[in-house]
Design a protein around this ligand. Structure first.
Ligand code: KG4
Ligand code: ZN
Length: 364
């Protein structure tokens, strides 16, 4: 398809953010966010200590229409002026995915626009190209509440999973640690805050899979070690909480460092020609400053350029979905109105399924 300026509406409803955005893809391949609206449902789920699928679906239904209207308004566009409608079609909580994807189908059908069924993980994987002209191939580390994986991104629609978690996702490990310590939800930011005041050497928590010759992750043993330490302490002082958080965070940091070393080596073997390739980090856990520092020094040591998109684009949003839609539309990869939404949808469809690598209904 000839390069042209494209305006794409994006819709994201796969977990606990209801989001709508419009992006522009310029003829030279650069991107711009024209409008980007995200309604976080954290307050609706916080009393339950995690995302409740039925509540998520109800909140999506209540807000999606007016968020789309607002995104179009802010962009100064009417539906007939769009070049395509993109929505997350999986993986995620199926009720929510169906709400967003069916809405996209309706708009596409009513206005005769191309429909783009987007894999949510592809949205995360292509985000850096919305911000800068980031060439393929690059290495993606996705660390969110539902996924922890390395992907080798070789092109639009060309992904190779290099490693994944065999049990809990990293964000989930942060959230469970916070829960064991009686902190709130989501736990990641609270664990980070406490860790700043703690002694990271007080507890010797495990560094799971350290030294293994692949780049998979496992966090359930770390969670068990935290639970045992908390049980042994009995009553928890503020200092105890801070020390557990700091010791947990340093165990995670060293684990990431070790797994990254393997991922860099696998990447370089697959693409020896790549000069100063990028390591892209996405997902809510990428907001953690301690981990970011470790990632930056590891990347530098191995000749990779670290790119961490701003937090608003690292966490779930619709601009990344619209952008993935623009990249696909440019290549003529349009979807049928009978495309069926999916709870499970690995980005690398030929990779061997691993328990925990794409949990049904998992937050991703
Ligand atoms: O990407 P995200 O907003 O949602 C999805 O999972 O899709 O990620 C949320 C996860 C939660 O588990 C949260 O605890 C974690 O990211 N998180 C953090 C931090 N901020 C958010 N984990 C560690 N440190 C943080 N500062
Ligand atoms: Zn996500």
């Amino acid at each position: 398809m000839a390069a042209a300026v494209l305006h794409i509406l994006g819709i994201e409803t796969s977990c606990d953010e209801t989001a709508a955005a419009v992006i522009r893809r310029n003829a030279d391949g650069s991107g711009e966010i024209v409008s980007n609206i995200v309604l976080s449902q954290i307050a609706d789920h916080a009393p339950y200590g995690g995302v409740v699928p039925e509540i998520a679906a109800r909140v999506h239904i209540k807000h999606l229409d007016h968020l789309i209207a607002q995104a179009m308004d802010e962009a100064g566009l009417a539906f007939p002026m769009l070049d395509g409608v993109a929505a997350t079609a999986g993986p995620g909580l199926l009720g929510g995915v169906i709400i967003g994807f069916t809405t996209a189908k309706a708009i596409a059908m009513a206005h005769g626009k191309p429909l783009l069924a987007i894999n949510h993980l592809e949205g995360h994987a292509l985000t850096p190209r919305l911000l800068e002209l980031c060439p393929f191939p690059y290495l993606l580390l996705l660390i969110s509440g539902g996924h922890t994986q390395f992907q080798l991104v070789e092109g639009v629609g060309r992904y190779r999973r290099l490693g994944t978690t065999i049990d809990d996702a990293l964000g989930e490990a942060f959230d469970k640690t916070a829960k064991l310590l009686g902190l709130g939800y989501p736990g990641g930011p609270l664990v980070e805050q406490y860790a700043r005041k703690g002694n990271a050497r007080r507890f010797d928590f495990p560094r799971p899979l350290k030294g293994r010759k692949d780049c998979n992750f496992s966090f359930s043993g770390l969670k068990t070690a935290v639970r045992e330490a908390v049980n042994d302490l009995g009553h928890l002082s503020e200092q105890d909480i801070a020390d557990v958080c700091a010791s947990f965070e340093v165990a995670v940091a060293e684990t990431l460092q070790d797994r990254l070393k393997m991922a860099f080596a696998i990447f370089q073997e697959a693409h020896p020609e790549a000069r100063a390739p990028a390591l892209i980090v996405a997902g809510g856990v990428a907001a953690n400053m301690t981990l970011k520092t470790v990632l930056a020094s590891s990347a530098q040591e191995h000749g990779f350029k670290l790119i961490v998109p701003p937090a608003s684009l690292c966490t779930d949003n619709a601009a990344m979905i619209a952008w993935a839609g623009a990249e696909r539309l440019t290549l003529g990869l349009v979807d049928d109105l009978n495309f069926v939404a999916r709870a499970r949808w690995p980005l690398d469809e030929v990779s061997t399924p691993i328990y925990g690598s794409g949990k049904l209904g998992a937050k991703v």
